[in-house]
Unconditional design. Structure first.
Length: 351
């Protein structure tokens, strides 16, 4: 039998790709992902899909299609391939697999664009067809959101940035607890109890009263509040198995009362602390840090970035990445940035 001829896979080159090209691709991807999420509607999330894994795959494929300069047909194929790759269920919240959704979305988005760039084809109805993504993964899709006022209304400007490494619905309460801890200056031992008034979603998604691992702690509003009071924040380094099980943290956690308050919006929370002396203090957060109404500061964003990447890159390389990203609008090459990131990628590959 004569083997069927195979076309050699063509790997793209970044030669001639500028910092502006990367920023444009990033924006294209964010916009595509946001519009896909809106088109899927709330029914998609309510039934148990994790939007990061589904719409995130589309976002990654759109960004890569733009970066690879795919033509219209190839871009359509890339997005349709991504639509059939999209996956991730909310049942994984609190397990390592929840984070896999993010990496898998990125990897599948890259794969979709590479395949499309090499001539791989997909259905023209990957999104809006009767058996396409929107109708299969949602009982109440809004396909018009994919293109409504496209180029005039930018969903990208409505995106928030998470300052804390846990469920986003907990962030208003964390803000409120941190504000009370700063304003009172009281140690945890002087706290008799803390009452947190929260949106109903907080109770549904993050009410693990006795988390046993750092991952479970990300979905425990009581733990997040306790560690925020004691350590002043709730970033990556706070969500460890050791800290979730530390006696002083557990003691304060058990003195946090979480109360559902339907008058509060999703970005709101109220926290009232009562001290052993009988004195009380209240903080009302109307818009959590990182929301469009209360953007995260550049300083906080850099602190979060350092917390996440310094263990992998080292302090010097992390600062270099920040400098290179700040300079992307004027950069005519991505090579300096890739040169800094390559060693960490190689170490990760060998693990």
């Amino acid at each position: 039998m004569v083997p069927r001829s195979r076309r050699r896979f063509r790997w793209p080159s970044i030669q001639g790709t500028s910092g502006r090209d990367l920023l444009a691709a990033f924006t294209f991807g964010v916009e595509a992902g946001c519009r896909t999420a809106l088109a899927l509607g709330s029914a998609h999330y309510d039934v148990g899909w994790h939007v990061t894994g589904t719409a995130g795959t589309v976002a990654a494929s759109a960004a890569c299609a733009r970066l690879l300069r795919l033509d219209e047909r190839a871009t359509h194929n890339a997005l349709s391939i991504a639509a059939t790759e999209a996956a991730g269920q909310r049942v994984q919240f609190g397990a390592m697999t929840k984070s896999l959704h993010t990496g898998n979305a990125a990897a599948n988005g890259v794969l979709a664009a590479l395949l499309a760039g090499n001539g791989y084809t997909a259905s023209r109805e990957g999104f809006e067809g009767t058996r396409g993504l929107l109708n299969v993964a949602s009982t109440g899709p809004y396909p018009e959101e994919l293109s409504d006022a496209l180029g005039e209304r930018w969903e990208t400007f409505r995106v928030g940035i998470k300052p804390y490494s846990c469920g986003v619905v907990t962030h208003p309460a964390i803000d409120a607890v941190r504000a009370l801890a700063r304003s009172t200056g009281a140690p945890a031992g002087e706290v008799e109890w803390i009452e947190l008034g929260v949106h109903p979603l907080v109770m549904e998604l993050t009410n693990k009263r006795e988390p046993r691992t750092g991952l479970e702690g990300k979905f425990s509003i009581a733990f997040a509040g306790a560690i925020s009071w004691i350590e002043g924040t709730a970033r990556h380094k706070q969500f460890t198995d050791e800290k979730v099980n530390r006696p002083d943290v557990k003691e304060l956690r058990d003195r946090i009362l979480v109360v559902e308050d339907r008058s509060l919006g999703q970005t709101e929370a109220k926290a009232t602390v009562t001290f052993n002396s009988g004195e009380t203090s209240t903080e009302h957060v109307r818009h959590a840090t990182g929301t469009p109404e209360n953007p995260i500061s550049d300083e906080e964003l850099r602190e979060k970035f350092a917390d996440l990447v310094e263990p992998e890159l080292g302090e010097g390389a992390a600062r270099r990445v920040v400098s290179l990203v700040d300079g992307l609008p004027e950069s005519d090459s991505l090579q300096p940035l890739l040169d800094v990131l390559a060693p960490a990628a190689e170490v990760s590959r060998k693990r």
